[in-house]
Ligand binder design. Structure first.
Ligand SMILES: Cc1cc2nc3c(=O)[nH]c(=O)nc-3n(C[C@H](O)[C@H](O)[C@H](O)COP(=O)(O)OP(=O)(O)OC[C@H]3O[C@@H](n4cnc5c(N)ncnc54)[C@H](O)[C@@H]3O)c2cc1C
Ligand code: SF4
Length: 465
């Protein structure tokens, strides 16, 4: 275990973000890193408590005390080996996991200063790449083949485990590159896309085959092509070959829309229209001016108070917006502590992200009535302050008016209200669904856990055939 008394003398130290006036001019990652001595010192604060609730809270069951101990002792390779036993992609979660483990850390309960598990995880992963501890594995092939539909974290995790179990794995991805929302949702300032490219190279070297620009679906238990550009015709022969099992990891493709009057006005967009286009622009893609969604010189209104909305705020700042306002229909969460979500549960409390710190007006209990505009373009949104009253019949609280309607001026409106949970038909026994496609919109760490779990189910099923 770390240093049993370190938590008494060493305070939690986060690497922190780059200064606002520096970071909002580029899309580089906002988070900084600690030097090696400070990082190891932070790991020493993990005191190997009797019942490590971090194991329980992490959907992957990461063994934080074990790798924190190795990190404290400077045994970086051992730390990576322990970490990668449960987490195939610590470089992703180390950057963008909300760190469920830290909110279940015993030090969070007792001092409010959890061990910096997420940052430690990222440091271990980065050192592993630098020092060459990330090695490729070439298992003996068992002659059976599995197709994975979708290359988001769930599909990648399923492909990784199935490949290591000896299956021949082909990943079909409708986009031009791998990563799902890691690449075309999460902004570069949270996750640099080279981090994804680096992992995909390892997976390719291990023998996983990726087919891009190819949307596929399932018909009678067989893969069928929905859309595959001519450039991929050479790949189509793959589809004719038989797969012993299919894993669907296609995410939640349909965003929740807001069917208020004026929705058709120009300048009203789903959040991902902004976010995915910006990530593509940074990858070198060009868009005609009339298709470009940009916040430059605009007053931006983000509807939806969650993480996607926050990513829109950070992106709008970097594109040069005039102002950003974020509204949310639900009440403002409690600050600091919420008795309804006691430790070790994830606390539902007010979250202020790096994007919020960059400047934003935030309002809660605001309902959207209509989009208003001139000459076909949005100029503002009519909203109304509301309140939530307990439902006398039980169930969901009732929304009541709590103020006069008003107009928030906006010439770019972004709808960040979540995604619809996909429905699936009854598939044959050899078809498995995982990640957000199975569970609805969630987190990267949950998608990875679901992908690994599904791979184990595929293996169990195929071993019986
Ligand atoms: C803007 C935004 C920011 C987020 N930020 C965070 C964060 O900071 N931390 C966090 O933990 N989570 C975050 N999330 C949530 C997280 O990204 C998702 O929960 C996670 O990516 C889900 O993984 P998945 O593999 O199930 O699906 P996805 O990542 O959605 O991947 C699905 C893939 O399947 C492909 N696909 C779909 N249909 C087909 C088809 N027919 N044929 C071939 N391919 C297909 C898609 O193109 C896509 O690449 C964020 C989500 C959004 C939208
Ligand atoms: S993946 Fe997330 S919850 Fe799990 S140990 Fe890492 S930071 Fe914590």
């Amino acid at each position: 275990m770390g240093n049993p008394k370190a938590f008494l003398t060493i305070p939690r130290k986060e690497a922190g973000y780059r200064p606002v006036n520096d970071r909002i001019h580029d899309f580089g990652e906002v988070e900084q890193t600690l030097n090696t001595r400070d990082r190891q010192e932070q790991a020493s604060r993990c005191m190997d408590c009797g019942v490590p609730f971090c194991h329980w809270a992490c959907p992957l069951g990461n063994k934080d005390p074990e790798w924190n101990d190795a990190l404290y002792r400077g045994e970086w390779e051992t730390a990576y080996k322990l970490l990668s036993r449960t987490n195939p992609f610590p470089e992703f979660t180390g950057r963008i996991c909300p760190a469920l483990c830290e909110k279940a850390c015993v030090l969070y309960l007792t001092t409010g200063e959890a061990v910096t598990n997420r940052e430690n995880e990222c440091a271990i992963a980065e050192r592993a790449y630098q020092e060459g501890y990330v090695t490729t594995v070439h298992p003996e092939r068992n002659g059976r083949r599995v197709a994975v539909i979708g290359s988001g974290p769930a599909g990648l995790a399923a492909a990784h485990r199935l490949n290591r179990l000896g299956y021949g794995v082909t990943v079909f991805e409708k986009n031009e590159a791998a990563g799902g929302l890691l690449r075309y949702g999460i902004p570069n300032f949270k996750l640099n896309k080279k981090v994804i490219d680096r992992r995909i190279r390892v997976m390719e070297e291990e023998g996983i085959e990726f087919v891009y620009g190819c949307a596929v679906s399932i018909d009678n238990g067989k893969l069928t092509i929905d859309n595959c550009p001519a450039s991929n015709n050479s790949q189509l022969s793959i589809l004719n070959s038989q797969f012993d099992a299919i894993v669907i990891a296609s995410g939640t493709p349909v965003a929740r829309d807001l069917k208020a009057p004026g929705r058709e006005l120009k300048g009203v967009h789903l959040a991902l229209e902004l976010l995915s286009q910006q990530n593509r622009v940074l990858a070198g893609m060009e868009f005609p001016k009339e298709e470009r969604v940009t916040a430059k010189d605009k007053d931006v209104l983000v509807i939806g108070g969650g993480d996607t909305g926050s990513d829109c705020i950070g992106t709008a700042h970097r594109q040069g917006c005039r102002s950003v306002t974020q509204i949310e229909i639900m009440p403002k969460p409690p600050v600091g502590h919420n008795p309804n979500t006691p430790w070790p549960n994830w606390p539902v409390i007010l979250k202020t992200t790096s994007s919020h710190e960059e400047g934003c007006t935030r309002r809660w209990n605001i309902n959207t009535l209509e989009f208003i505009g001139e000459k076909g373009r949005v100029t503002g949104v009519r909203v109304q302050p509301i309140d939530w009253k307990p439902n006398p019949e039980g169930g969901r609280p009732v929304m009541v008016e709590a103020g006069a309607p008003e107009v928030i001026k906006a010439d770019l409106v972004l709808l960040a209200m979540g995604f619809l949970k996909p429905e699936h038909p009854q598939y044959p026994d050899n078809v498995f669904v995982c990640g957000d496609a199975a569970n609805g919109a969630s987190l990267v760490v949950r998608a990875i856990a679901s992908g690994l779990d599904t791979a184990a189910k595929v293996d169990k099923y195929l071993k019986k055939q």
